[in-house]
Each structure stands twice: as structure tokens, then as C-alpha cells.
Design a protein around this ligand. Structure first.
Ligand code: NI
Length: 180
């Protein structure tokens, strides 16, 4: 069983900016390990700490290359370039995805779990996932990145789903495959 339940849209913890990590200690490493397990079981390619109810600036990811999983602590995106449309989903908004425009390339810096500085020039899926996860750390969900029509549709679906969960089954049993 996954160490954490993934928090779903409507949970206020997803709307609060997370705090900088001030110390990389055993507890933080344990948190990252448990987040990775939770991400794999979901399954997803990225998971930010607020999604498991922890208000700290870190996320884990694995794009299923041969080097994962990875943890980035205190990530900062300092440069962006271009535009890319990609169908994006979120484990906290399960079962839904939208074509969203975001910058195609980003420059991200942060720390790894050994406290070493890391930096990435990322494009395509890696760049998209970085932007999505840093948004989580700022209390922003992908719903904020939708255009007006998409947002209307999203709110309708989420409203309907809330009605369904009220009358049919507890919210936590509503699990759908998501991507990140
Ligand atoms: Ni997400």
C-alpha cells in the first residue's frame, strides 16, 4: 500500500504555497522515498510534496529513463523559452486531462538529496513536468492553466463528480489512472 493518500482537488493543502526546505536530513530523505513509492503506485511521472499534504518545496519524478527516480529540493525555474502544447493531467485531478500551452523549454535549478546543486536545461516532457510540479509548490493546479472553455468544462465535471461522491461512495475510493 502506498505510504500516502494523494490529496485531491478541493483539499486546501493544494492551494497553499509550500515553504523552502531548510535542512536535508534523514526525515526529508524518508519523505522523498515514500513520495516515490506513492508516485509509482498511483502511477504517475511526478509528485510534489503538497500532494501528500506536506508543505515543503520538493518533488519527485521518474520519466522512466534508466536514471530515475529523482528528487529535486527547492526548485527554481529561472528561464523559459518557446511554447508547447501537451495533454496534461494531474494525480490530484484524477481521470482528466487537457491540452495546455506552456513554455517548451525551461532552465531549472535546485538541490538533490545530498545537498548538491543541480541544474537542468529541459525541454518537452521533462520541461512540462518541471513546470507542473513547481506550480504545485506555489499552490497552483493545472486548472489555473486552462483556457476559458476548458475551465468551464472542468468545473462542470468536477461539480458533477462531487455530487456523485456525495451520494454514492466515499471520495477516497475515486481513483483513476493519471499521468503526473
Ligand atoms: Ni499534479
Amino acid at each position: 500500500m502506498a505510504p500516502y493518500d494523494i490529496r485531491l482537488v478541493g483539499d486546501p493543502v493544494l492551494r497553499q504555497p509550500a515553504a523552502e526546505v531548510t535542512e536535508i536530513d534523514d526525515r526529508l530523505v524518508r519523505l522523498a522515498t515514500d513520495m516515490v513509492t506513492t508516485m509509482y503506485e498511483a502511477p504517475g511521472i511526478g509528485l510534489a510534496a503538497p500532494q501528500v499534504g506536506v508543505q515543503k518545496r520538493l518533488f519527485v519524478y521518474d520519466l522512466h529513463d534508466d536514471r530515475g527516480p529523482h528528487t529535486i529540493v527547492n526548485p527554481v525555474i529561472s528561464e523559459t523559452r518557446g511554447e508547447w502544447v501537451y495533454e496534461e493531467g494531474c494525480l490530484s485531478v484524477p481521470g482528466l486531462s487537457w491540452e495546455i500551452v506552456r513554455p517548451a523549454e525551461v532552465y531549472l535549478t535546485g538541490l538533490d538529496l545530498d545537498g548538491n546543486e543541480v541544474s537542468f536545461e529541459a525541454d518537452e516532457l521533462l520541461a512540462r513536468m518541471f513546470q507542473h510540479e513547481v506550480d504545485h509548490l506555489d499552490g497552483v493546479l493545472l486548472l489555473e492553466r486552462l483556457d476559458a472553455d476548458q475551465r468551464k468544462q472542468a468545473h462542470r465535471v468536477l461539480r458533477d463528480r462531487a455530487l456523485v461522491t456525495e451520494h454514492a461512495e466515499p471520495r477516497r475510493r475515486l481513483r483513476f489512472p493519471g499521468r503526473d
